[in-house]
Design a binder for this molecule. Structure first.
Ligand SMILES: CC(C)(COP(=O)(O)OP(=O)(O)OC[C@H]1O[C@@H](n2cnc3c(N)ncnc32)[C@H](O)[C@@H]1OP(=O)(O)O)[C@@H](O)C(=O)NCCC(=O)NCCS
Length: 147
C-alpha cells in the first residue's frame, strides 16, 4: 500500500474519463468531465507512480450542502483498503468544512451500504430523514451501467 498515495487535488479530464470507463460507468465527453471536476468542493485522488487509480469527490457549496458523487477504486486495487483511506480523508474534510445544519448525503449503489456504514453513514429513514430518492428520468450512462 505504501507506494499508493492520496493527493487532495482534482484529476485531469483525460484520466477521470478513463477511470470512469474502467469502473464500468460509461463514457462522458471532455466538456462534461471538465464541468463536473470543477464542480467538486473536495476531491481526493489515489495515485501510484503518478497514475490515477481511484478518487472520491464531493459536490456542494463547501459549507452547508455536500453530496458524495464518485467513490471509485480501480479494479486492480479494489479490496486493498484504498477506498477506506479515501473515505477517511473525505470525512476529515467534512469535519473541517461542514457548518452547523449541514446536509451530507450519498446515494449508494445497491449493496454498497455496508461499506459506507464503516465511516459514519446511516441508512435512511433515520431521525428526521425519510428514504433516499432519485429522479427516475435521469439520462442513463452511455456505454456502461451503474452497479
Ligand atoms: C466500493 C469501493 C469504493 C470500495 O473500495 P475498496 O478499496 O475496494 O474497499 P476497501 O478495501 O477499502 O474496503 C474497506 C472495507 O469495506 C468493505 N467493503 C469493500 N467493498 C464493499 C462493498 N461493496 N460492500 C460492502 N462492504 C465493502 C471491505 O470488506 C472492508 O471491510 P473491513 O474494514 O471490515 O475489512 C470499490 O470496490 C469500488 O470502486 N467499486 C466499484 C465502484 C463502486 O461501486 N463505487 C461505489 C459506488 S456507491
Amino acid at each position: 500500500m505504501s507506494d499508493v498515495i492520496l493527493i487532495e487535488s482534482p484529476p485531469t479530464v483525460a484520466e477521470y474519463i478513463v477511470l470512469r470507463q474502467q469502473i464500468g460507468w460509461g463514457v462522458i465527453d471532455e466538456d462534461t468531465a471538465r464541468r463536473t471536476i470543477d464542480g467538486a468542493c473536495y476531491t481526493v485522488c489515489l495515485r501510484r507512480e503518478g497514475r490515477l487509480l481511484g478518487l472520491v469527490r464531493l459536490i456542494g457549496d463547501g459549507c452547508l450542502y455536500f453530496a458524495f458523487s464518485d467513490v471509485m477504486v480501480s479494479p486492480e486495487l479494489q479490496g486493498g483498503g484504498h477506498g477506506a483511506r479515501m473515505m477517511r480523508a473525505a470525512v476529515e474534510y467534512l469535519r473541517r468544512a461542514a457548518k452547523p445544519g449541514a446536509s451530507i448525503t450519498l446515494q449508494p449503489l445497491a449493496g454498497r451500504e455496508a461499506f459506507y456504514e464503516k465511516f459514519g453513514f446511516v441508512r435512511c429513514p433515520s431521525g428526521p430523514f425519510g428514504q433516499g430518492m432519485v429522479f427516475a428520468d435521469a439520462p442513463p450512462p452511455v456505454g456502461g451501467r451503474f452497479g
